[in-house]
Design a protein around this ligand. Structure first.
Ligand code: 5GP
Length: 197
């Protein structure tokens, strides 16, 4: 399998995390890129596994020192991808899965496009936007998971429309109407791209 740099974006509640989990379970050769964030941990989230939970000062320091591959403000908090683990995984022939927002995805897309043709990161780059079937279903899912305060849910729904408006920037789009079918579509995209299918 040719190593892939998989960038997945979606409005929160579209089911992207579930799809990412399914990929990671099926393909041990894919490394999940653990992001840094200044938001507080939710539910069962663990530092170093779900995110590196940082203070604003520490996050800013990492940006200044060029330690992040991309970074963006999402729903009022800072998020960014540590560069070293991505490079290390690729050097070992592993694929990398990044679950990042549309602004971060655009930064990675631009950076990769500047690499010379033939560079493994450029050759392996694949960007996928996961869409909810519609906004009502998105609201039901966000309310149903019971993790966020009502005002947070409203903020996420407002931001969702802005993210959906940028779906056209992505090479691939997967509508998550039915989880099994969405997963199969996602899997096929990656298998074709990695030269397996
Ligand atoms: P959540 O707070 O629900 O875990 O994530 C909120 C949003 O931040 C999601 O759309 C997620 O994809 C995005 N996000 C998570 N990590 C990163 C990152 O490292 N960079 C960017 N740009 N967005 C991220």
């Amino acid at each position: 399998m040719k190593p892939l740099l998989i960038v997945m974006s979606a409005p929160s509640g579209a089911g992207k995390s579930t799809l990412c989990d399914l990929l990671l379970q099926e393909f041990p050769e894919i490394t999940y890129s653990v992001s840094c964030t200044t938001r507080a941990p939710r539910g069962q989230e663990e530092d170093g596994i779900d995110y590196f939970f940082l203070s604003k000062e520490e996050f800013d320091r990492r940006v200044r020192e060029g330690l992040l591959l991309e970074h963006a403000t999402v729903h009022g908090n800072l998020y960014g991808t540590p560069a070293d683990p991505v490079r290390e995984a690729f050097a070992e022939g592993q694929s990398v899965l990044m679950d990042i927002d549309v602004a971060g995805a655009a930064q990675v897309r631009e950076a990769v496009a500047k690499l010379p043709p033939g560079d493994p990161l450029r050759e392996g780059f694949v960007d996928i936007f996961v869409e909810p079937p519609d906004m009502e279903e998105l609201r039901r899912r966000l309310e149903g998971r019971g993790e966020d305060a009502p005002e947070t849910i409203e903020l996420r729904l407002r931001n969702a429309q802005g993210e959906m408006d940028r779906a056209g920037e992505f090479t691939y789009r997967v509508v998550n109407d039915d989880l099994d079918m969405a997963y199969r579509r996602l899997r096929d995209i990656l298998l074709v791209k990695s030269g397996v299918l």
